[in-house]
Write a protein that binds this ligand. Structure first.
Ligand code: XIL
Length: 504
C-alpha cells in the first residue's frame, strides 16, 4: 500500500530518490537563469481568456489567474504552459478530477471530443455538445485551450469512406475547418491543424503518409488545411503535430523537417510543431539524444515554436512494484524534460491525461500482470507521483521564455525576423520587416538572459530593415544567443525573438 506523505515529505523523498537514481545533481546540464521580461511590456493585467492568451506567456498574468500552485502556475512563471488531455464526461461526473485539472493545468486539450467521428455523426450534422462543454469549462476556469485535431487519418466517422472522394475532399475539409474553427474563433490558443502526415514506411514522395487526405488531394491538403484555419481564426496558433522524432529514424525526422520547410517557404501560416512524446520506458533507452536535440534546433531555426503535446510513459516492461515503476517513469520524464526544456523554442508540455485513473494506454498497451499502467503525473487517487516532481523540477529550472504577444499581433506588426551569421565577415546580419511604423529596442541576449549587445533603439518605419551585430565589438564567444525586438505599438506590446548560433 502507498504511504501517505505530506507534500513536503513527498518532495524530499522524491528528490532523494531521484538524485540517487540519476547520479546526483551533476547530471543536470548547466541550468540557465531566467530571461528578463521588460516590466513595461508586462504591466497590463487582464481578465478575459483572450487577454490571458496575449499573456499566456506572461508570468504576472499567469500567477494572477491561477490561484493554486499546480504545474500550470509554475509553467506560467516561465511564460510556458503545462496541461493535459481531458474529456468532458470525466469533468462532469468526477469532481475530484475536475478540481485536479483546474489546479494543475493552464491549458487543456480534448482527448477525443474534437475529432471528426465525435463532431460529425452524419455528413451534414455537427454535434458540438461535448466540445462546447470543454471550451466553456476552460474559459470559466481561465485555462487555455488547444483544439485537436482538424485533419487526421484516424478517428474518421464511418460514413467518411463511402462519402468522401477525390472530387469532394477539398470541400469537406474546408467546410469542416471553417465550421469548427469558426465556431470557437478567438477562444483557442492553438489548433492541431494536421496530425501525423508523415509515414516513411508508406513509401510515398516526401515520406508523406498515404492517408485518405493524401490519396484524394496530394500534398496540397496540408496547405489547404492551414490556410483555411488561419482565415477562420487568425488568433489561434496553428500547429503541425507528429510523433517518433526522439529516435534515430532519419527518414521520419527528415520527412517532418522538410515538410515544415516547404510549408514555411510557401508562406503557409504555421506557428509550431507539436511533438506527441508517447514514450515507453523500454524504448527510452534508445532515444537518440543528440539527434533529437539537433532536430529541435532545426525546427526552432525555421522560426517555429515547439510544443510537447501528448506525453506519457508506458511502463509495461517495469516490474509490478509501484515504487519501481514510478521511479522508472519519473526518470523518463526527467530525462526527456532535460532535453526538451533546454530548447527555448519549447513553450509547453502537455501530458496525455493527468491521472493514471484515466490513461488511454491501459487499453492500447495493457500490462501482462493485470495492473493498471502508471504513465502520468498523478496516480489513480490523484496524488502527485515522482513524475510530477520531475516536471516541477524542470519548470522551476528552465529559462524563462521571452514574453510573446498574440500570433496575430506579431504577424501584423513584425512580419519576419531573420538572423544570418556570416563567419567570413564576423558579423550577424539581422533583417526584419515592420508592417507599421513602431518604436523598437533591438538587442542580443545570452542564454542567461543578459543583454550583451544593444543593437539599436528608436522609431522604425514600415518596411524592411537590415542591421548588423559585429561580433568582434563585444568579442562574443561561440554559442547560442537570442536576438530580441521589443517595443510598443498603440500602447500594446510587440515582441519578436530569434535564436542565433554563433560559431567563431
Ligand atoms: C487517442 C485517444 O487517447 C484514445 O482514447 C482514442 O481511442 C484514440 O486516440 N495520437 C494522437 C491522439 O494524436 O489523438 C491519440 O489519442 C493518441 C495518438
Amino acid at each position: 500500500m502507498d504511504m501517505v506523505l505530506s507534500p513536503q515529505n513527498a518532495r524530499r523523498r522524491f528528490l532523494q530518490r531521484f538524485l540517487r537514481l540519476v547520479g546526483g545533481v551533476s547530471f543536470f546540464p548547466t541550468l540557465v537563469a531566467s530571461l528578463p521580461t521588460s516590466s513595461s511590456i508586462m504591466a497590463n493585467t487582464h481578465d478575459t481568456i483572450l487577454d490571458t492568451m496575449n499573456n499566456m506567456v506572461g508570468v504576472d498574468a499567469g500567477a494572477e489567474i491561477l490561484a493554486s500552485d499546480g504545474l500550470g502556475v509554475l509553467a506560467a512563471a516561465k511564460n510556458m504552459f503545462y496541461g493535459a488531455a481531458t474529456a468532458a464526461e470525466r469533468l462532469r461526473v468526477d469532481a475530484a478530477y475536475n478540481s485536479a485539472i483546474t489546479r494543475e493545468c493552464n491549458i487543456i486539450v480534448p482527448e477525443y471530443e474534437m475529432k471528426w467521428d465525435k463532431l460529425r455523426p452524419s455528413p451534414t450534422v455537427f454535434n458540438f455538445t461535448d466540445a462546447d462543454y470543454l471550451v466553456n469549462f476552460a474559459r470559466q476556469n481561465k485555462i487555455l485551450f488547444r483544439g485537436h485535431t482538424l485533419c487526421w487519418h484516424r478517428a474518421l466517422p464511418t460514413w467518411f469512406a463511402s462519402t468522401v472522394n477525390a472530387s469532394n475532399a477539398a470541400q469537406y475539409l474546408t467546410n469542416h475547418i471553417q465550421t469548427v474553427v469558426g465556431r470557437y474563433k478567438g477562444q483557442i490558443h492553438s489548433w492541431d491543424v494536421v496530425n501525423e502526415a508523415i509515414e516513411p514506411t508508406d513509401k510515398k514522395p516526401n515520406n508523406l503518409r498515404n492517408s485518405s487526405w493524401y490519396k484524394f488531394l496530394g500534398e496540397n491538403y496540408l496547405e489547404l488545411a492551414f490556410n483555411t484555419a488561419a482565415q477562420a481564426d487568425p488568433k489561434a496558433m496553428l500547429v503541425y503535430n507528429d510523433y517518433g522524432v526522439e529516435y534515430n529514424d532519419p527518414a521520419r525526422r527528415d520527412g517532418i523537417l522538410t515538410l515544415l520547410q516547404r510549408l514555411k517557404a510557401k508562406n503557409v501560416p504555421i506557428h509550431a510543431l507539436g511533438i506527441q512524446g508517447h514514450l515507453t520506458y523500454k524504448d527510452f533507452a534508445t532515444v537518440d539524444t543528440s539527434g533529437f536535440r539537433t532536430f529541435l534546433r532545426d525546427v526552432a531555426s525555421l522560426g517555429l515554436k515547439i510544443f510537447i503535446t501528448e506525453f506519457d510513459c508506458d511502463d509495461t516492461t517495469l516490474p509490478t512494484d509501484n515504487q519501481q515503476r514510478d521511479t522508472g517513469v519519473a526518470k523518463v520524464y526527467g530525462d526527456y524534460a532535460a532535453i526538451v526544456f533546454n530548447e527555448l523554442a519549447v513553450q509547453g508540455f502537455i501530458t496525455w491525461g493527468l491521472t493514471d485513473k484515466y490513461s488511454s494506454i491501459n487499453s492500447t498497451a495493457p500490462r501482462s500482470d493485470g495492473q493498471q499502467q502508471r504513465p502520468l503525473p498523478l496516480d489513480a487517487a490523484l496524488e502527485r507521483k515522482m513524475a510530477w516532481y520531475s516536471l516541477e523540477f524542470w519548470f522551476k529550472q528552465t529559462a524563462k521564455r521571452p514574453a510573446t504577444t498574440l500570433v496575430e499581433q506579431a504577424q501584423e506588426t513584425i512580419a519576419f525576423l531573420e538572423c544570418f551569421p556570416n563567419p567570413a565577415t564576423d558579423r550577424v546580419n539581422i533583417r526584419f520587416r515592420c508592417e507599421q511604423a513602431m518604436e523598437l529596442r533591438i538587442g542580443i541576449v545570452d542564454l542567461q538572459g543578459r543583454e550583451i549587445v544593444h543593437i539599436a533603439s528608436g522609431a522604425f518605419e514600415r518596411g524592411e530593415h537590415t542591421l548588423a551585430w559585429e561580433l568582434a565589438d563585444g568579442d562574443a564567444a561561440s554559442g547560442m544567443y537570442v536576438c530580441t525586438l521589443v517595443g510598443t505599438l498603440n500602447g500594446a506590446s510587440v515582441q519578436r525573438s530569434q535564436h542565433i548560433l554563433v560559431t567563431r
